[in-house]
Design a protein around this ligand. Structure first.
Ligand code: NDP
Length: 270
């Protein structure tokens, strides 16, 4: 039987989620209808209730509705609650479960590209929704220390306080350097969207093995070019694998199977 899923956002036209979920469905021979649906701003709950009545089984949720999605649900996973946002909804027997799979997407991509995360030191640049969503999953994957940096330092302090009971976490200003080089630096800001740099110093990358930009594009991002310039031999990657990874985790929740992520990432590359 054809099962209906969707990604909900505004705007949503350019979402790659329908393509990714169809590629997963092909791997398992599932019959799937997965649409990109633009919901009107300010009418998330009413619009979603209509879709659920029409038979929607699950949804991915993106900007600007991730907080609305969390509030809509009857139950929330811990990682969604701590992220303060949901990107995945499951509709079952008249109830809605909210989850957040962004952090799992980042963790699986770092493990694929860098290796085991146990006892690593990870620097997160940014303190917005994306950074907040990945802190707990990184600690749960064994990361030993997280240093937060943000243009607005106060927001980094707030995040560090929020997660202090979950692991070794601190905040430093955006142009500071860590005492010892980090193992991995992740750009969780939206600076690359506008071809800008987040304001960190080149020195931050000295001795660092791996730099990751959550933003993804067909061309190498300004942040990754900066990292390669600052530290020759540094390995770099953008966030396309995180996107596929979060989709795979949603797919697992809905269908109970684990898609082959690497194959799908490969087919999305230009
Ligand atoms: P938010 O709007 O919640 O946060 C934006 C963050 O970026 C803040 O920390 C802000 O700093 C910082 N920032 C923005 N512009 C600049 C700049 N020019 N210089 C320095 N800092 C800047 O966005 P999100 O956290 O939701 O998303 C961040 C990025 O992550 C986006 O590019 C998004 O596309 C990407 N993302 C990728 C995913 C994937 O699957 N690959 C999943 C989720 C997000 P300040 O606090 O000072 O304003």
């Amino acid at each position: 039987m054809l099962q209906r899923y969707a990604v909900l956002g505004n705007p949503i036209k350019h979402s790659r989620s329908p393509q990714i979920h169809q590629l997963f469905a092909t791997q398992f021979g599932h019959q799937l209808q997965y649409d990109a649906i633009e919901l009107p701003i300010g009418r998330f709950s009413e619009s979603l209730r209509d879709l659920v009545e029409q038979g929607l089984k699950g949804a991915n949720v993106t900007v600007p509705f991730k907080q609305d999605a969390l509030a809509f649900a009857d139950a929330q996973t811990e990682r969604a609650r701590l992220a303060g946002a949901a990107n995945t909804l499951v509709f079952e027997e008249g109830r809605t479960l909210a989850d957040n799979t962004d952090g799992a997407g980042l963790v699986s991509d770092l493990q694929r590209l860098y290796g085991a995360l146990s006892d690593t030191h990870v620097v997160l640049i940014g303190a917005g929704g994306a950074a907040r969503g990945v802190v707990l999953p990184l600690f749960n994957a064994g990361v030993g220390k997280i240093t937060l940096m943000n243009r607005t330092l106060e927001r980094a302090y707030e995040l560090a306080d929020m997660f202090a009971e979950h692991g070794d976490i601190c905040a430093i200003s955006i142009n500071a350097v860590t005492e010892k080089p980090a193992d991995i630096i992740v750009n969780c800001t939206s600076s690359s969207l506008h071809g800008e740099l987040p304001g960190v110093s080149a020195e931050l990358f000295r001795g660092v093995a791996f730099a990751y930009d959550m933003f993804y594009s067909d061309d190498k991002t300004t942040f990754l070019l900066f990292a390669e310039d600052a530290q020759p031999n540094i390995r770099t990657a953008d966030g396309i694998g995180m996107l596929v990874g979060q989709a795979a985790e949603s797919y697992r929740l809905w269908w109970g199977v684990e898609p082959d992520v690497a194959k799908v990432i490969e087919s999305l590359r230009p």
